[in-house]
Design a protein around this ligand. Structure first.
Ligand SMILES: *Cc1c(COP(=O)(O)O)cnc(C)c1O
Length: 467
């Protein structure tokens, strides 16, 4: 028998981070009165708070990763040549090795890649199918004349459905669009793995394989949003038959093989603080992308990143596919989620990859969607505990480009996003206790009114007032 941890002897199954801490950054908490002033100043939008006024920062997992000692060492190996930096070739090789794509175009972050892909792959009036939308991705598709069509399975819109792969594409929705409008009317399929807006929910290997077969038949390309594809691979290893014995690296490579390219926000999975890339297998499209990268990002061997950033990213990719690392990463998210469900606090289930999503509709049943329950919850949680979260509901969904009407997403969520390798299990305890305290006084809370609305991606800069 193998030796068991204390937790396992007690009937629990413990995990631990496969690293120890070498450098620390002090945290401090300002008073409730000071937080009330800060929140008012920020227009009740957690994106407008100063980081120094935040105690535990779960706004996002984007660019908030802690680097390893190897990455810090890599930072000193930056080759800051304008053209042909050694670090670019290291990055290119690493992406080719782990993701398996042929041609790589570096960009400053994910939306830089989305911009270029949308320019070269969408003709105005064409449909772009997605397994649920992502804010920046859909905006770039629409700016380039694309019409977004949601083809995710219906279970994804239900926060309580326990489907193990809630990110899956409903192939019949794609088939219906092909039957009604023809394959040429579809620019490409944007396949996100995992699906951020659905609660960090994964796509199964079988679904990717079947989608690939369908698209191949009609000559439709699939571009993956690979931002959290390694986290997706973890769920396949855990839940899908035939994958328990495969490594994350093997699973990732197979998954990518069902797609024709990818956009990447390396600020998430890849354990870096900045960076991104676009990958394309077809030479002609790659040449068009290369032509545009110099317009928007920089030369095709840096794309808006410093040489040292590319080095950090190459090392981060290698670390991100280590099974023991990902086990602790997902384990920490699940730890927080399970504390909350044990206390009867409504969250999106199953618990996803990068965050725990509070179901604001059920947390604040007395606040209607027009009064922004998820935005209110994020504001209240900050006020009462100094924990920063963010809205993923009607504010994030924005307005229909044609009609100007608000989208009314079925999911009205407040996201507690866990930065990678940054916080400890004790911090997760504090977060859970803070949410619980707020939950116990939820009936006293009032909603919000929007008083300033920017034109694009309004969740970043909108301002609110308490009703
Ligand atoms: C963050 C993110 C993006 C955009 O990437 P940026 O690096 O923030 O520009 C795209 N898709 C998903 C799923 C994301 O989470």
């Amino acid at each position: 028998m193998t030796r068991k941890t204390i937790g396992q002897q007690m009937g629990r199954s413990s995990w631990a981070e496969p690293w120890k801490i070498k450098m620390v950054e002090p945290l401090h908490m300002i008073s409730r009165n000071e937080r009330a002033v800060a929140l008012e100043k920020a227009g009740f939008n957690t994106f407008l708070l100063r980081s120094e006024d935040v105690y535990i920062d779960l706004l996002t997992d984007s660019g908030t990763n802690a680097m390893s000692d190897r990455q810090w060492a890599g930072l000193m190996m930056g080759d800051e040549a304008y053209a042909g930096s050694r670090n670019f070739y290291h990055l290119e090789e690493t992406i080719q090795e782990y993701y398996g794509y042929r041609y790589i175009v570096p960009t400053h972050q994910g939306r830089g890649a989305e911009n270029i892909l949308s320019h070269i792959a969408i003709k105005p009036g064409q449909y772009v199918c997605g397994n649920m939308y992502f804010t920046t991705t859909r905006l770039h598709q629409e700016i380039n004349g694309g019409i977004f069509v949601d083809v995710i399975i219906d279970e994804a819109h239900d926060s309580q459905s326990l489907h193990p792969f809630k990110g899956n594409v409903d192939l019949s929705k794609v088939q219906k669009l092909i039957d009604e409008h023809g394959a040429q009317s579809i620019a490409y399929i944007c396949l996100a793995a995992t699906v951020n807006m659905a609660g960090g929910q994964p796509v199964s290997m079988q679904n990717a394989r079947e989608l690939h077969a369908l698209c191949k038949r009609y000559g439709i390309k699939i571009f993956m949003d690979a931002t959290r594809a390694v986290e997706n691979a973890y769920f396949i290893q855990e839940r899908e038959e035939g994958y328990a014995g495969k490594t994350l690296a093997q699973i990732l490579k197979e998954f990518c093989s069902y797609t024709d390219g990818a956009t990447m926000s390396a600020k998430k999975d890849s354990l870096a603080n900045i960076g991104g890339w676009l990958a394309i297998n077809e030479q002609g499209l790659y040449e068009e992308a290369c032509n545009l990268v110099v317009v928007y990002e920089g030369l095709q061997t840096y794309g808006g990143m410093a040489g040292r950033d590319m080095e950090v990213l190459a090392i981060g990719i290698r670390e991100s596919v280590q099974d023991s690392y990902m086990h602790s990463r997902i384990g920490q998210v699940r730890y927080l989620g399970e504390l909350l469900t044990d206390w009867g606090i409504p969250i999106t289930l199953p618990i996803g990859g990068h965050a725990v999503f509070l179901d604001a509709t059920r947390f604040y049943p007395h606040i209607s969607q027009e009064e922004f329950p998820a935005q209110t919850l994020a504001a209240d949680l900050y006020l009462e505990s100094g924990v920063r979260s963010m809205e993923r509901g009607i504010v994030s969904a924005g307005r229909n480009k044609e009609t100007g009407e608000n989208y009314h997403p079925r999911l009205e969520l407040t996201r507690l996003t866990i930065p990678r390798r940054v916080y400890t299990q004790a911090h997760m305890d504090i977060v859970a206790e803070s949410v619980k305290k707020l939950f116990d006084t939820r009936n006293e809370r009032k909603g919000l009114k929007m008083i300033y609305e920017p034109k694009y991606l309004r969740f970043f800069q909108a301002r609110f007032e308490r009703l």
